[in-house]
Design a binder for this molecule. Structure first.
Ligand code: GRF
Length: 204
């Protein structure tokens, strides 16, 4: 059976992207990474993807800085479809994905976020968790819908906050867990061994 093809959208260093590409190579995903797209030409992740033998290109949207919609979103959808992509993984993609990309991949776009959602959606998350005084944080992989970091949760991992943590040390420990969690969540979705009941992702 042909491997399912995955597209990854990035804006920066691409460490989660790298974790997904490595997991695919080690046959832990049940799919292969076919294409990496970045909204920023200078994203270091682009070179990293190419080093790992994955086609990667920058597609700089013309409109907005924080969302991907209209013709920009249509171009992303067309590039992903042309590459035969069935599942899209956002990995540090710093734009909110809107129509028509969202509609082109219904329940087929995932995101990873460095908090235990629904706590701390948005940006600057680890600093906000620390300032709030949260004792536990972590990471979440979820389906992407029209809301900000608000789609159904696929998987989470907990990271304990230490008294001597700053945003960097907490981010680093969360990131380690992200690299473990994202491949597992992608493998689950590609395997199809779950069903959605409302917001709940029930494993089969
Ligand atoms: C990660 O913390 C991810 O959860 C968030 O953005 C960061 C991206 O890091 N959405 P990287 O580019 O994968 O290294």
């Amino acid at each position: 059976m042909a491997k399912k093809r995955i597209g990854i959208l990035i804006s920066g260093r691409g460490s989660n992207m790298t974790a997904l590409i490595q997991a695919a190579r080690e046959d832990r995903l049940g799919g292969e990474v076919a294409l990496v797209l970045s909204d920023k030409a200078e994203a270091p992740g682009l070179a990293k993807a190419r080093e790992l033998g994955v086609e990667a290109r920058a597609m700089t949207p013309r409109r907005w800085r924080t969302k991907l919609d209209g013709d920009d979103a249509r171009e992303y959808a067309a590039a992903l479809e042309a590459a035969g992509v069935e599942l899209v993984c956002l990995a540090g993609f710093m734009r909110v994905v809107k129509a028509p990309l969202l509609e082109a991949f219904p329940e087929r776009i995932l995101n990873i976020h460095p908090s235990l959602l629904p706590a701390f959606p948005g940006l600057d998350v680890q600093r906000r968790a620390l300032e709030y005084g949260a004792r536990y944080s972590g990471c979440t992989v979820h389906f992407v819908d029209a809301s900000l970091d608000g789609g159904p949760i696929i998987a989470q991992r907990v990271v304990e906050v230490r008294d001597d943590d700053d945003a960097d040390s907490l981010s680093a420990r969360i990131l380690e867990q992200e690299h473990r969690l994202y491949p597992k969540a992608v493998a689950l979705v590609l395997s199809g061994r779950y069903r959605l009941e409302g917001r709940r992702v029930i494993r089969l």
